[in-house]
Design a protein around this ligand. Structure first.
Ligand SMILES: COc1ccc(NC(=O)[C@H](C)Nc2nc3c(cnn3-c3ccccc3C)c(=O)[nH]2)cc1
Ligand SMILES: [Zn+2]
Length: 322
């Protein structure tokens, strides 16, 4: 079903800018058109002289380089766009940094195989060897993005100056590498430390903000309405269980939060929401107050939902024992 940008109604264009956007309603070809719309509606086509057929070719190559796995597929992390509009970032940072953030988000999990860094390192995969155990996945995602951009027919940055290209490349490397969750505390603490004196014209501050925002968009599925968020969690656990099954088969260490014999949906989520999502989202909300209502409130509802589910499971287990 080919849908050209023209056929996308004004209502869908507005809906796409909100954190409630439901990606499950759209086929991949339509998602491709919606991604194209993001570059158009943020004025990147005019500002950076991006030819439409190059953008389409770039997005098609990105689409082809994502794998058909339950969670880290082409649809994942669609909400950087919603975050850009929600925080009114266009009035605070340069267009070139917005272009960096959106392109980083679109590319940040390219060619993910469904096995995380711990697996890559423990199984001594080709990626772990190539990147010396240093964020092997994120280094690979970023390298694939620039291999795609190396081809002129895909290079959406080809009409930029060398200086602009250098700046985008540096920014995309920082942002994509920042999505390695083992660096979560490092990045959050750095952002926390500059917050009291935050200055949007300070490059170092802006880098830390961009890294924090791609992290927020990367793990924010629980900020979406429950009927959008819950299928994402089912997909994530499918991927995690597939990895831990493989680790058991190969006699490799199994991460506890991935073990199907230990993890339940509520138990994984209540901890994750309280100790990972809330601290990160609340920190960013210091800079953008309306995140409270549009991102943090939905996550509070998700926490209540999973806490109730946890209690029901506990009760059920007790009744079975008696
Ligand atoms: C600090 O490193 C961590 C911390 C937490 C987790 N994951 C969890 O605690 C559990 C399994 N839940 C979880 N993990 C999630 C979500 C969204 N992204 N995400 C995720 C996916 C892949 C890798 C890491 C994370 C956090 C989510 O909604 N829930 C995984 C890695
Ligand atoms: Zn991701």
């Amino acid at each position: 079903l080919q849908m050209s940008t023209l056929e996308v109604t004004e209502e869908v264009r507005q809906y796409l800018k909100t954190p409630t956007f439901d990606n499950w309603q759209w086929e991949d070809a339509e998602i491709m058109v919606l991604l194209q719309l993001m570059y158009t509606d943020l004025d990147f086509i005019t500002t950076f002289h991006i030819e439409l057929e190059v953008l389409q070719q770039f997005l098609y190559e990105v689409y082809k380089h994502y794998n058909n796995i339950p969670f880290h597929n082409f649809n994942h992390c669609f909400c950087m766009y919603g975050l850009i509009w929600l925080t009114d970032l266009r009035s605070k940072i340069d267009e070139i940094d917005l272009l960096t953030m959106l392109t980083s988000a679109v590319c940040h999990d390219l060619d993910h195989t469904g096995y995380n860094n711990a697996y890559q390192i423990n199984a001594r995969t080709e990626l772990a060897l190539r990147y010396n155990d240093i964020s092997p996945l994120e280094n690979h995602h970023c390298a694939v993005a620039f291999e795609i951009l190396e081809k002129p027919e895909n290079n959406i940055f080809r009409n930029l100056t060398t200086e602009q290209y250098k700046r985008i490349r540096e920014g995309m490397i920082k942002c994509i590498l920042a999505t390695d969750m083992t660096r979560h505390n490092e990045i959050l603490n750095q952002f926390k430390s500059i917050l009291p004196v935050f200055d949007f014209s300070n490059k170092d501050h802006k880098d830390k903000l961009m890294m924090t925002m791609i992290k927020v968009s990367d793990i924010s599925n629980e900020a979406r309405p429950m009927d959008v968020a819950e299928p994402w969690l089912d997909c994530l656990l499918q991927e995690f269980f597939n990895q831990s099954d493989m680790e058991k088969l190969e006699g490799l260490p199994v991460s506890p939060f991935m073990d199907r014999d230990k993890v339940t949906k509520p138990s994984s989520q209540t901890g994750f929401i309280r100790f990972v999502l809330f601290p990160l989202f609340m920190e960013l909300a210091n800079l953008f107050p309306n995140l409270e209502q549009h991102i943090i409130d939905p996550v509070r509802k998700a926490l209540d939902y999973y806490t109730e589910m946890e209690k029901a499971l506990e009760k059920e287990k007790k009744e079975k024992q008696n």
